[in-house]
Design a protein around this ligand. Sequence first.
Ligand SMILES: [Zn+2]
Length: 118
Amino acid sequence: MVACDQGYLCEVCGEEVKNIAESELYLRFVTGQISSQELLGSPERHLQCTPVTAQFIVTPEFTPIDAPGPFNKHDLDDEFVRQQESLLTRGWLRLQELSQLEEAIPLADYPLEEFRSA
Ligand SMILES: [Zn+2]
C-alpha cells in the first residue's frame, strides 16, 4: 500500500483532489488522452471543476454536469459527443474501480484495456 496517498491541489478551485475517482487528470490518463509522463507532470483538477470534460460522463452514479460556453455538448457534433460519452463514461467507471482496489497496481495497468501499452 502506498503510504503517500495524499492528493494534490486542484488547479481550478485550490482544494485537494482527494481521490483519483474525482480527478480529471486521471480520467484523461485512463482514456488514453495523456501519457503517464504527462500525468505526473500536469496539475490536478476535479471533474467538478472541469465541466467541459465531465459533461461527457453519463451514468446514473454521476450527477450530470452542464458545461457553460461554446463547448457545451449540445452544440457539438453528435457523433463526436457519442464517442466522448462512451469513452469518458467507461473511463470514469474505471476510476471508481481503481479507487476501490485493495492493493495498488502498476500505473501502466490503470488505463482502459485498449489504451494500455504492451
Ligand atoms: Zn477543484
